[in-house]
Design a protein around this ligand. Structure first.
Ligand SMILES: Cc1cc2nc3c(=O)[nH]c(=O)nc-3n(C[C@H](O)[C@H](O)[C@H](O)COP(=O)(O)OP(=O)(O)OC[C@H]3O[C@@H](n4cnc5c(N)ncnc54)[C@H](O)[C@@H]3O)c2cc1C
Length: 309
């Protein structure tokens, strides 16, 4: 077995989801190569070479890959992927942007968001917003797979000593160009990587009231998330949404505040190690998944909790 993992990287560093994806590759077994595609990514390649269990790093350093445009990266991955039994990428926005194109170019089915590896050709993945787990067996010559990071414990970022090879191929499809980006800046940890997440729902009533959650989160070193209702109401930006159509998180501690616990929200956080729910309605479904539930008015409970931290 030979496995190609597409590295997710940003700001010159390997993104944590890459380490979970390498962990999934290690479960499949075989030689693991990591592709670093981008521009001026020498430092990323060096860091990728240190990831435990990685045998080889392929570096495609070219202006065509500067902003990870999927139209350009996908043909590169498809070309390289032909020589591998598996191509894996994290099920992040980037990975989900690139891999379906790769699967189409290789004329195989994609296996999406696996949460476990049963064998080299059999995988488990959630369906129906996580209410059922499908076991999928594939006989594709190249198995193209996105990996749900929360399903696999990250391998160590250090300890490996992979060889580094340069890939000359430059695919510029000429179909898209990078115009600009607006990056959300926050001193708080990134939602999907945070050990503690405090999320607010429609019960917060407005965006200003999220200050109670920010104050609590800052004391806990936590990230702040939200339900879709809170996001759709404009309380907070969309990149804070947790759930089926938002981000999937599995922190050590998830505190759901004024969130009812709709299945689409649970799909994004129910694998959290410890779940705490604060809701004034004791019948709220969130209490069915919560390890600790507090039936209370959040506007009293959250400031009190913050004072105690
Ligand atoms: C295709 C699809 C995809 C979706 N994807 C997502 C997704 O990714 N993420 C997501 O979150 N949702 C998603 N949804 C929406 C989901 O179905 C729910 O509508 C949403 O999660 C509800 O958000 P909420 O719990 O904040 O609001 P509500 O269901 O309105 O719950 C608000 C809660 O706050 C409590 N509350 C109110 N005031 C207080 C107070 N003062 N103190 C304490 N508690 C209080 C109430 O008791 C209530 O339980 C999706 C829906 C669809 C159809």
């Amino acid at each position: 077995m030979t496995i190609l993992v597409i590295a997710e990287h940003e700001n010159g560093a390997v993104a944590p989801a890459t380490l979970n994806t390498v962990a999934a590759a290690a479960k499949i077994g075989g030689d693991i190569a990591v592709l670093v595609a981008g521009q001026n990514v020498g430092g990323v390649a060096e860091a990728a070479a240190k990831i435990a269990g990685v045998a080889k790093v392929l570096v495609a350093d070219n202006a065509a890959y500067a902003h990870q445009l999927p139209e350009n990266v996908a043909p590169l991955v498809a070309e390289l992927g032909k020589g591998y039994s598996h191509v894996l990428a994290p099920a992040t926005s980037n990975g989900k942007n690139i891999l379906p194109r790769v699967a189409a170019l290789l004329d195989v089915d994609q296996i999406s968001e696996i949460i476990s590896v049963e064998s080299a050709d059999t995988f488990k993945r959630p369906i129906y917003a996580g209410n059922a787990i499908a076991t999928v067996q594939s006989n594709a010559a190249v198995k193209v797979i996105t990996v749900r990071a929360t399903g696999f414990d990250a391998v160590a970022a250090e300890g490996g000593s992979a060889s580094v090879e340069t890939v000359a191929a430059a695919h510029d499809a000429g179909k898209s160009s990078f115009v600009g980006e607006e990056l959300a800046k926050s001193d708080r940890p990134e939602l999907t990587a945070a050990k503690i997440v405090v999320s607010g729902g429609r019960g917060m009533q407005n965006g200003d009231n999220f200050k109670h959650l920010y104050a609590l989160a800052d004391k806990l070193g936590a990230a702040v998330g939200a339900s879709r209702a809170a996001v759709d109401a404009g309380f907070v930006p969309h990149d804070m949404q947790v759930g089926q159509t938002g981000k999937i998180v599995a922190p050590q501690l998830y505190i759901a505040v004024g969130i009812s616990g709709a299945i689409q929200h649970l799909a994004g956080m129910k694998d959290s190690k410890v779940i705490v729910a604060i809701n004034k309605d004791e019948e709220a479904p969130i209490f069915q998944v919560a390890d600790y539930g507090l039936v209370a008015d959040l506007f009293e409970a959250v400031p009190e909790l913050e004072k105690l931290v």
